[in-house]
Design a binder for this molecule. Structure first.
Ligand SMILES: *[C@@H]1O[C@H](CO)[C@@H](O)[C@H](O)[C@H]1NC(C)=O
Ligand SMILES: *[C@@H]1O[C@H](CO)[C@@H](O)[C@H](O)[C@H]1NC(C)=O
Ligand SMILES: *[C@@H]1O[C@H](CO)[C@@H](O)[C@H](O)[C@H]1NC(C)=O
Ligand SMILES: CC(=O)N[C@H]1CO[C@H](CO)[C@@H](O)[C@@H]1O
Length: 314
């Protein structure tokens, strides 16, 4: 990820970010293809997403972290947008953007996950902890991390992304500086599994619990069966500095390709050696993707300090 200073585009000056139609056949036995048809962009918000690095959707809301790394603007908060909101509401951290290390303040929150009850899991990067922040609470509880920077099985260092596996009450953490994925059972003092991966930056799981991670030095996506530390490189060409990645409910995979400014899609069941289809291009440092329950696609566009929504056509 490179630093830029483009700031926000005025709404009238937004680029048209147009995508195409992608057809994926879901399962050999199912004849009906699912079409992902994207329209041109409408940004769901404006200046309130400053250096946003991560977003998460729940049934009725979109939630994003709003700071990442800026030398002059630290918001250190998580904001939530309802379906038609034009501005966000701060739901964790300081509304005025003050950083801190108490239970109610954040220090570079880089990754967010929201469960179906709107409880949040927040990777509070420079506090070296993951917080579980119940919906409506005024502060969080540390669910992983000791607050101490390190490379042991109970510490991590500058982690940008995580994948929360609610069904097994555990979190996969992309421990970037230490080049490893750590598996943290909720409220455990140590990691229960460590997977080495050079250049690791993004991590997610599929519906079966397999782990997928991006490397932005090798420009790859690697797949690890649940519980295994040995992976298969699934994607080894077509990506340029990939960041985070995520599956939709049909099992198709989307990679935010930061360096190319694109979202690259792989149909469910894709095999090793696959080259994806670019479904969105013209983005400025896309770091994360998410879908709502209607299959609208949201992109966290760090370089333009905004979230972009691509509506699925009926
Ligand atoms: C923040 O940005 C500066 C300038 O690009 C960089 O040197 C530093 O490593 C970054 N820090 C983090 C935590 O990303
Ligand atoms: C959001 O706006 C759409 C289009 O106007 C409308 O159909 C929908 O009911 C609204 N949703 C909420 C929760 O207000
Ligand atoms: C772990 O951290 C210690 C202390 O900073 C350092 O000496 C050591 O080289 C590190 N090991 C690795 C594998 O990074
Ligand atoms: C790297 C980057 O895009 N930093 C931005 C963070 O947010 C502030 C305020 O919106 C911008 O001025 C920076 O350019």
């Amino acid at each position: 990820m490179k630093e830029t200073n483009e700031g926000l585009l005025a709404s009238t000056a937004r680029k048209t970010l147009i995508a195409g139609i992608v057809l994926c056949v879901i399962g050999a036995a199912i004849a009906i293809p699912v079409a992902l048809v994207l329209t041109s962009s409408t940004a769901s918000t404006s200046s309130t997403v400053s250096n946003g690095s991560s977003l998460s959707t729940s049934t009725s809301t979109t939630t994003t972290t709003t700071t990442f790394n800026s030398s002059d603007n630290f918001n250190h908060r998580v904001q939530r947008w309802g379906p038609n909101d034009t501005s966000g509401t701060t739901v964790a951290g300081s509304a005025s953007g003050t950083l801190g290390w108490t239970a109610s303040l954040l220090n570079y929150p880089t990754s967010i996950y929201v469960d179906s009850s709107l409880n949040m899991y927040i990777l509070d990067m420079w506090n070296l902890r993951i917080l579980q922040w119940l919906n409506g609470a005024s502060g969080g509880s540390t669910i992983a991390g000791t607050g101490v920077q390190g490379n042991t099985s109970s510490s991590f260092n500058q982690a940008f992304n995580m994948a929360v596996d609610m069904s097994n009450s555990q979190i996969y953490l992309a421990d970037l500086i230490n080049n490893r994925i750590m598996l943290w059972p909720f409220f455990s003092s140590t990691s229960s599994l460590i997977i080495p991966l050079n250049g690791l930056v993004g991590v997610t799981t599929d519906a079966s619990g397999n782990v997928y991670a991006t490397s932005n030095t090798a420009n790859t996506v690697t797949r690890y069966p649940q519980g295994s530390t040995s992976g298969t490189v699934m994607v080894s060409s077509g990506l340029t500095y990939p960041w985070n990645l995520r599956f939709d409910t049909y099992g198709n995979l989307y990679v935010a390709d930061d360096g190319a400014g694109t979202i690259v899609m792989f149909c469910a069941g894709f095999t090793a050696g696959s080259v994806g289809t670019i479904v969105v291009s013209g983005l400025n440092q896309p770091l994360d993707v998410a879908f709502d329950s209607d299959m609208n696609l949201y992109v966290c566009e760090y370089g333009n300090n905004r979230i972009v929504k691509f509506a699925k056509l009926p």
